[in-house]
Ligand binder design. Structure first.
Ligand code: ZN
Length: 88
């Protein structure tokens, strides 16, 4: 297993930064490749920083995008109540 050494900021050498940079790049390259090369990059150095997913409203999924369970139950109750009311 690979040994992960965490250094204090004052102890960080160029080798450490080189290693971390390579690590981040490799991880993102692996993810991109696993998802059929869905992310475009001109130089692989770009992958050392930043995210590799789209966070626009069409791509992302957030809990607040849809109604909560509580609201769904309430809405169903209201619909049911409207059905139950006899208008005659
Ligand atoms: Zn998007």
């Amino acid at each position: 297993m690979r040994k992960i050494v965490k250094l204090q900021i004052s102890e960080r050498t160029n080798g450490y930064y080189r290693y971390q940079r390579k690590k981040h790049i490799n991880r993102k390259k692996r993810i991109i490749h696993k998802m059929n090369d869905y992310w475009y990059y001109k130089y692989e150095g770009k992958l050392s920083k930043g995210k590799i997913h789209c966070s626009c409203w069409m791509c992302r999924r957030k809990s607040y995008d849809e109604r909560s369970r509580k609201d769904k139950v309430r809405l169903n109750d209201m619909k049911q109540q409207l059905k139950d009311v006899n208008f005659d």
